[in-house]
Design a protein around this ligand. Structure first.
Ligand code: MLC
Ligand code: AMP
Length: 521
């Protein structure tokens, strides 16, 4: 049965005219649907020629390119498990992921081949390929020798399609295992809920998506790519987000997806006005809270109401504001700023108190979810997986929120100690661990502070050991040498002591309050 392979479902939605453009890069390169089909076949044949054991992981740390997307699709097609890695990760981070996931194949950029291959071979990986963002690299050279015909490998809905590492509030990162069934069910739900259309776009060919997000997280990899492919819609492909370029290309597009920072940056552009967006049908935001100011300013400037939705690596999309009045969802017609809308069809969502009881309407508690999109568990962490699910099978998101009388879900905070900065997750515990190991450091606390561009950024507050002298710049420089750049605290303070409660626990809420205006104008 090949029909449970997610690739087969995406492929089945390719339009009849395979010569039409599927992806156009911002530099003007065009890839037809035929090109995508053939390129994924060649790469899938290459992967299969390696004779990998079933369920083999393919770990990928490469710059964004259409070929990188082809590699993802080829992994699905060949029945491998795709493991995307943020390009900002440095060697200690990569060493952990590769050591933990034990991928059979690692793909990295040519520039990083030296250090990445060393880590990979040490961890027992047999095959390391390179893939650059200029259509070069050993992966493409090798794939070129393979046939452009390929039958997708049979997969069941419960078979793994991808592992996405998400950092933990305690301990190391956990690999969220997502199945073909998880991803396909979510893609089909969103196609319907967001009203994707195959006709009626600017060129009469239906929706056109501007893809400007990185492709190593749920948002850019699954929500955006699946959304376009399963509707047979063209993508305008941007390797990096540039607000001017996105606005310039809106006249050829209908759908845009972004984290709030992208909307904030576009609002700073004078070229953003009603004329620039006249072809656009839908602006979607998620991955971090969208400030009501951004929501309202966007409405005023463009006449469009941003549709905010909520999801996570472990679950793909969970809730969404409505696209339009739909007779099936009679009470759900309005996109309400400050809310993340309604549980998507098929998703059960409940809000529970610390005692495990359902909270009354409008009251705050922990958000728990269940549905065909909810992941299979954490890679090789059965105890951790069991901890995160209730006995009746709901996943504890770690987000804190409420549901109002009309059913709108609002997220008010997180029970997990997590900072979301420009849509990337930063776990204070990880950064504190690195700081606490530095000579002369007694202890530290990393907190999230409001930031006009990134929404929230990390700030480190550090205590020196008696007699030690610490320089904030040296602490930051040390972190920069070891960690992905987006995790580096934007400011660091060395102070005499941390506020504590009677139990001796550091009161981060007091620190957050103390530093809350650090980045305000
Ligand atoms: C970059 N920098 C950041 C940062 N991004 N700092 C904090 N938070 C971030 N998110 C810093 C770098 O460290 C660097 O600092 C400087 O900014 C310039 O780096 P850059 O790479 O040139 O930045 P830029 O291209 O401007 O990137 C900003 C951005 C990017 C907003 C475009 O962060 C981005 O693409 N974010 C989207 C993340 C995303 O897709 N999330 C989805 C997760 S899925 P220095 O000091 O080194 O110069 C998920 C589930 C769901 O959450 O619901 O969707
Ligand atoms: P990740 O682990 O990167 O998948 O991040 C998932 C987390 O992002 C969720 O648990 C939420 O805390 C947060 N998130 C995603 N979408 C939204 C949103 N629309 N509003 C607020 N938080 C969000």
């Amino acid at each position: 049965m090949t029909h449970n392979n997610l690739f087969s479902a995406l492929r089945a939605a390719f339009p009849a005219d395979m010569s039409a453009t599927a992806v156009e890069t911002d530099e003007g390169l065009r890839y037809s649907w035929q090109d995508l089909d053939r390129a994924t076949a060649m790469m899938a044949n290459l992967l299969q020629s390696l004779d990998l054991p079933g369920g083999s992981r393919v770990a990928v740390q490469v710059e964004k390119s259409v070929e990188a997307m082809v590699l993802y699709l080829a992994c699905l097609r060949a029945g491998c498990v795709f493991l995307p890695l943020n390009t900002a990760y440095q060697s200690a981070e990569i060493e952990y992921f590769i050591g933990n996931a034990e991928p059979a194949v690692v793909v990295c950029s040519g520039a990083n081949f030296g250090w990445v291959s060393k880590i990979a071979f040490k961890a027992g990986t047999q095959h390391v390929f390179t893939l650059n963002d200029d259509r070069t690299g050993s992966l493409l050279e090798r794939a070129a020798h393979h046939s452009d015909q390929h039958t997708p490998v049979s997969r069941q809905a419960d078979d793994l399609a991808a592992i996405l590492y998400t950092s933990g509030t305690t301990g190391r990162s956990k690999g969220a295992m997502l199945t073909h069934g998880n991803l396909l069910s979510n893609a089909l739900t969103l196609k319907d809920y967001w009203g994707w259309t195959s006709t009626g776009g600017p060129d009469g060919r239906g929706d056109v998506l501007i893809h400007a997000l990185p492709i190593f997280h749920v948002h850019g990899l699954f929500v955006a790519i699946h959304g376009a492919l399963i509707n047979g819609s063209k993508m305008i492909w941007m390797a990096k987000f540039d607000p001017k370029r996105v606005i310039a290309r809106m006249k050829e597009a209908t759908v845009f997806m972004g984290v709030p920072t992208l909307y904030v940056r576009m609002l700073a552009e004078p070229s953003l006005d009603k004329a620039a967006v006249r072809q656009m049908r839908l602006f979607i935001a998620g991955s971090a809270p969208l400030l009501i100011e951004t929501f309202s300013e966007w409405q005023q400037r463009t006449g469009h109401t941003i549709l905010e939705r909520y999801g996570m690596s472990e679950t793909a999309m969970l809730t969404s504001n409505p696209y339009a009045a739909d007779p099936r969802y009679a009470n759900q017609s309005e996109r309400r700023g400050g809310t993340v809308g309604f549980p998507l069809p098929g998703v059960s969502l409940r809000v529970r108190g610390d005692d495990g009881q359902d909270m009354p309407v409008g009251e705050i508690g922990g958000i728990q979810v269940q549905g065909p999109n909810v992941f299979k568990g954490y890679w090789r962490m059965p105890e951790k997986t069991a901890e995160e699910f209730t006995t009746d099978g709901f996943f504890k998101t770690g987000d804190v929120g409420k549901v109002d009388e009309r059913g709108y879900v609002t997220i008010v905070g997180r029970s997990k100690d997590l900072i979301i900065s420009g849509g990337y997750n930063v776990y204070p515990a990880e950064i504190e661990g690195y700081i606490n190991e530095m000579p002369g450091v007694a202890e530290s606390a990393v907190i999230g502070v409001s930031h006009p561009d990134f929404g929230e950024v990390g700030v480190a507050v550090v205590i020196a050991k008696p007699g030690a002298s610490l320089k904030p710049e040296a602490i930051v420089a040390d972190l920069k040498a070891k960690l992905a750049n987006f995790k580096i605290p934007k400011r660091c303070f060395v102070v005499p002591e941390l506020p504590r409660n009677t139990m001796g626990k550091v009161q981060k809420n007091l620190l957050r309050d103390q530093y809350k205006n650090l980045f305000s104008a």
